[in-house]
Design a binder for this molecule. Sequence first.
Ligand code: 5GP
Ligand code: MN
Length: 319
Amino acid sequence: MVEKIRKLVNLIKKENGRIALVTHMSPDGDAVGSLTGFYLFLKKVGKDVDAVLKDDVPYFLDFVPGIKEIKKGFDGKYDLIFLLDASGFERTGFELPPAPLITRIDHHISGKAYSEYDLIIPEAPSVGSLILKIIREYDEKLLDQDIKIALYTALLTDTASFRHANSFRWAFEDAHYLVSNGLDVTHIASMVFERKHLKTYKLLERALSTLTLDGNIGYIVIRKSFFEEVGANPEEIQGFVSYPLSIIDADVGVRFSEHPENFWRISLRGKGKVNLALVAEELGGGGHFNAAGCRLMGREHEVVQKVLDTIRKYMKKSP
Ligand code: 5GP
Ligand code: MN
């Protein structure tokens, strides 16, 4: 990995053209934190760089430095595009703009290869952790408070507050490094997790009325009508999947959320018993062993059945 990071650092040092950074739709803390952390760093070293994102940054990430500079779209041609925290460019919701070189920086197990510079490390606790490695290899003195806040937010959220990681050692080492020189982690945690709206709980109340344990799969359904009734946005369902997952007999937790544009966003979370990345891939999505997702069209009962059947298929295959 060290060699790959050096190669990437050399690429960045040599690049004097236009750079764009882009991440996935419905951005989470890792998407936003790695995007702005990398962006602030590249700007600091004098690069001509744009950070691009299709959807709005969710309100609970509104404190992350650099988000005001994110652009809603690409602007012409670029010399180098970095795809962050996404298994493929289609996850960005954009058409690929003209660029001779695209490089993917990610920690998803599967996905597409884009260039010899790709940095795809499934053990990385977050993409923010990969950006941290890049910056430390480049010159760690460049790591300022704003960049640290962005990267710590990526790490905190993608490990679900240090509860899940493919490498806990790496996650805690990053946390140790970032707090060593002073970082108000209590404030960051509070900004992310302690700013819920009352309507979010009204939405949760409705969602919990659907909570079901089917064998060893727990699931929760958030219908379009629930959002309408309480006036909540899709971004308010952050963390809802932990309810079905946390049922004692659930090996897998699923959150079905109906999108205003009539498709279902499905979040899958596991406890190490079944590879959910494979389940999600079979359903056209992707992710990690214990956290994956996909989007499906269809009626509620059909979509629920399809997802449960696919999880069961992989449960049987698991040892
Ligand atoms: P979440 O459930 O938080 O939306 O996503 C969990 C994980 O699954 C993330 O790593 C995310 O990138 C991945 N994921 C979620 N939805 C999709 C999807 O529609 N396609 C792909 N390829 N990955 C997804
Ligand atoms: Mn991530």
